[in-house]
Design a protein around this ligand. Sequence first.
Ligand code: NAG
Ligand code: NAG
Ligand code: NAG
Length: 134
Amino acid sequence: MALLSQLPFTVSALLVLWIITVGSVPNTNITSVLCNGGTYTSGDPFTISLAYVLSDLLDATPSRKGHDYYNISPFPNAFAYGHAACMANLTDGDCSACLRSAEGVMNSTCGMAIGARSVLVDCTIRYEQYPFVN
Ligand SMILES: *[C@@H]1O[C@H](CO)[C@@H](O)[C@H](O)[C@H]1NC(C)=O
Ligand SMILES: *[C@@H]1O[C@H](CO)[C@@H](O)[C@H](O)[C@H]1NC(C)=O
Ligand SMILES: *[C@@H]1O[C@H](CO)[C@@H](O)[C@H](O)[C@H]1NC(C)=O
C-alpha cells in the first residue's frame, strides 16, 4: 500500500527528469550570415528552384542521419544547390526549429541574393547557383 501511494510521486519525478534531459532548446544565436552581392529578380526561374531547395532542406534535414543534407532543384533553366546541417546531438524537433530560425535570418538579411549562408550555433543553411561542398 505504501509503495502504491508513492507511485504518483515517482511518475512525476520521472517526468520532470525527462523534461530536463530531453526538452532542450536549440541555440539559435547567430555566428554569421553571408550574402552574395548579386541578386535575382522575382520573375527569374531561380525563384522556383530556390523555394524548392529551401523547403526540401527544412523538410528532410532533421530526419537525415547526422542531420546533414545536400540537395539540388529538379527544374530545368535555373539550378539551386542547397545544404543544411544541425549539430548531430540535436533532436529532430530542435533541428527543425533551428533551421526555421536560420532560414528566417538568411531571408531577412540577404533578401533576393543569388547565394546566401546562415550559420547559427546549432545549425546552418546555405544555397548557391553552383555546386559546393560545406
Ligand atoms: C545568445 O546570445 C545572447 C546575447 O549575446 C546571450 O545573452 C545568450 O546567453 C546566448 N545564448 C546561448 C544559449 O548561448
Ligand atoms: C525564405 O525565402 C524563400 C525563397 O523566397 C521562401 O520560399 C521561404 O518561404 C522563405 N522563408 C522564410 C522563413 O521567410
Ligand atoms: C551537443 O554537443 C556540443 C559539443 O559538440 C555541446 O556543446 C552541446 O551542449 C551539445 N548539445 C546537446 C543538446 O547535448
